[in-house]
Design a protein around this ligand. Sequence first.
Ligand SMILES: [Ca+2]
Ligand SMILES: [Ca+2]
Length: 315
Amino acid sequence: MNVRQYVNRIALASVTLVFALLQRSKHETNNKHGGRLSFPLAGPLVVMMLTAGLLLSPHNASADIFFSKEIHALDPEIYLRLNGNFLDSSKTGSHPGQEIGGVTFTPKGGGAPLKGNPHNQAAIFDGVDDYIVIPNTANLDFSSGATLAAWVKFDRLPSEANTVTCASPPGCVTIVAKSGFAMDLDLQAEGDNRFHFYIGVGVPNMITSRTVIEAGRWYFVTATYWPGVMELYVNGVLEAFRDSPEVIRTENSTDYSIGASLVWPGRFFPGLIDEAAIFNKALSPYEIQDLFQAANGVKHYSFHDDERSWKNIIP
Ligand SMILES: [Ca+2]
Ligand SMILES: [Ca+2]
């Protein structure tokens, strides 16, 4: 029995106890006062128990790390937590990153703001020559669906980061990518200080965030693709999508990269990247919203996913 099941069991036992007390008091008051329910402690007792239940509920539990649990529940192909190493925290653990240029880590507590994880760390990219490579394998070259997700915090705005031009104004920086000429799978930020996502041939398969990036702030950015549709989310909110038969990517055999592109030179990321996850499917809007909420310590028992439905909170 895990902590959550234990808490749920206590909550259920508490409710049962209160109900039993109420029944008993009703029985007693019926006997004493000829049928009128006037047990004076019942109200306060219920309030007390409900308050205790709320305090004990998973929404406020801080002992565990909901964000990483949610990521694991969605079964990523690659998951670099970047907590002082480049290991792959996915089920297989078989795709660790390789650091190039001197990527380092924040001290404990300097990573993305994940509730319940005060020791989280992120990778630091100098914006000059730092990046991470994850070697390609045949099963990583997704053409039928993909999601790229990461937390990012810019030290400098993309518009101030470099003079690399992929659009006007200059300032292209890669977040997570599997770049290829006309075979894009690229999540990046540009000189307009917005997030951009490219699929296949690129423009017109390019979408842009509404969010304008501010330096020194954390963002959870997520991009999804499946044939015909591409979407871009910031902090769990869908900000852009394109729905067209042109939205198609083909396999390109390039390695994955974090913090720079292996095809488009000079797009070095200036700042922190954390909890980079890559999936072989397009996550749903609900799943992406849940991920962001999980970072705030809120666990959703959503109705859209039977495996994580409300039924599982009842022991
Ligand atoms: Ca981390
Ligand atoms: Ca360096």
